[in-house]
Design a binder for this molecule. Structure first.
Ligand code: C5P
Length: 456
């Protein structure tokens, strides 16, 4: 039924495109930018006029700035479903197509075409997958955009434990069939093509390697005890450079380290997706997704879109952006380590009061890393809070996916509204913007809301 609905809306869209201009808005993270890239290519193939804007978030302020007439179609990707209550005036004026996967606000109107898997009980799907399915119904040629769909899905962690299920798994198989993607089992560690192995190990928190996650010196020592040299000549060895025998030795040693503390010690393998038609530096989906995310979150949307659409003259620039982005994250983490008094640990949650010290665009990523670290209790939700402009606070909430049934989206949006802000998202990753003077009140109300949900 979900696919039937996308097909129906794609068919109607083709008619709408004939005499209307498209105004496309998409979100700035890797899923949002991948969604935009898919739609841009699809609209170019349809020969329709469009303009694109990438936004941090579709807030009420941004919605006020949207100007449309009945000659336009507004298309929103990777947001819109949760903001439907604020879009009613625009929907009265003209057609709006929403391609999203966030928790939807229930609203129907003859001008509104709303594609969201959650309306059909389909879970764990990224916006890029929704946009890909829509693009494919517009024109079967768009099947060649499957790799961009998978980049967005990986970026949004739609493959828990690095394994897709359901509809996305079928889409992945489609990518394999047309020779765009190959799938192999391997160690679930980041940076297999780009990082020295000791950095891959030290940077990996899920799966946790006790004593090594978070410590580069310990990772170097661990590898040397195993007789795995960290360098090949002058070059740092990467995970992809290990022989089969070295990989097996490393995997067994990691499992041995995990046996004492982890429930499932051998849960260290996952699917590795390789993009066969991309340049070598961009073939690992996870690394490509990280580049797109860093470009998106630092305002370098054009670089991200060019790379996704096959203009590789932007590669060098993207490395510089990524270095800067990594630097921002590690200085954010260091600031927290050096300022533990800004970590508020309550009975039900952890709050990071970063104020001006961590940029709002990375507070979500920093919160996620902290959740997987030993600094805080990973069995409680984390709320990272950073100043946003002169008068607001950006809140990013994350919870370990295994910790159900707390629904962060409903907690955060309810609390944000009660203090004069707004929010939305998913059950395990949600965000909000609140007035700067409401920090204490927000923290107090969140505590109560978590207790209420736990009691249900
Ligand atoms: O910004 P952050 O990464 O913390 O957002 C987590 C999730 O919550 C994202 O999917 C984002 O789109 C959503 N969100 C939202 N409304 C906001 C802030 C975030 O729907 N005001």
């Amino acid at each position: 039924m979900f696919l039937d609905e996308i097909e129906r809306i794609a068919r109607i869209s083709k008619n709408l495109f004939k005499d209307k201009n498209i105004k496309l808005l998409s979100q700035f993270d890797a899923d949002g930018i991948s969604s935009a890239a898919i739609l841009v290519k699809a609209f170019m193939r349809e020969n329709v006029k469009f303009d694109l804007r990438i936004l941090k978030q579709l807030t009420s302020n941004e919605i006020k700035k949207i100007s449309v007439t009945e000659k336009d179609i507004l298309i929103l990707s990777d947001f819109g479903s949760g903001q439907l209550n604020m879009l009613k005036d625009i929907i009265e004026k003209t057609n709006v197509i929403i391609l999203d996967h966030h928790e939807p606000f229930e609203y129907k109107h003859e001008n509104l075409y709303h594609i969201n898997p959650l309306l059909f009980n389909e879970k764990e799907m990224s916006a890029s997958i929704v946009c890909y399915l829509y693009a494919k119904f517009l024109n079967l040629k768009n099947v060649d955009l499957v790799d961009i769909a998978i980049i967005g899905a990986v970026a949004d962690s739609a493959d828990e434990k690095w394994e897709f299920k359901g509809l996305i798994k079928k889409i992945l198989e489609e990518g394999e069939l047309i020779g765009k993607i190959s799938v192999n089992r391997g160690l679930r560690f980041y940076g297999r093509n780009s990082r020295p192995i000791f950095k891959s190990l030290a940077f990996t928190f899920d799966p946790l390697i006790p004593g090594i996650s978070g410590s580069e010196p310990q990772a170097v020592q661990f590898l040397s005890e195993l007789g795995i040299s960290v360098k090949e000549g002058k070059e740092w060895k990467k995970l992809k450079d290990l022989t089969l025998e070295e990989q097996q030795k490393l995997a067994s040693a990691i499992i041995m380290k995990r046996i004492k503390t982890e429930k499932d010690a051998s849960d260290i393998f996952g699917d590795i997706y390789t993009l066969l038609e991309r340049p070598e530096e961009l073939q690992d989906v996870r690394e490509f997704a990280t580049i797109i995310n860093s470009c998106g979150r630092t305002g370098n949307h054009q670089i991200a879109l060019r790379l996704l659409l096959g203009d590789y003259s932007a590669i060098e620039k993207s490395w510089t952006v990524m270095e800067k982005y990594r630097g921002m994250i590690s200085s954010g983490l260091n600031w927290i380590k050096n300022n533990p008094k800004n970590i508020i640990k309550t009975e039900n949650a952890t709050f990071i009061l970063a104020k001006k010290n961590i940029h709002e665009s990375i507070i979500g990523t920093v919160s996620m890393i902290l959740l997987n670290s030993e600094i805080i209790d990973s069995s409680k939700p984390i709320f990272g809070m950073a100043y946003s402009g002169e008068d607001k606070i950006k809140v990013s909430a994350r919870i370990s996916k295994t910790l159900k049934p707390i629904n962060l989206k409903s907690i955060i949006s309810k609390t944000a509204i009660s203090v004069g802000g707004e929010g939305g998202g998913h059950p395990s990753a949600a965000g909000a913007v609140i007035p700067i003077n409401k920090e204490d009140e927000f923290i107090r109300i969140i505590g109560g809301e978590i207790i209420k949900q736990k009691m249900v």
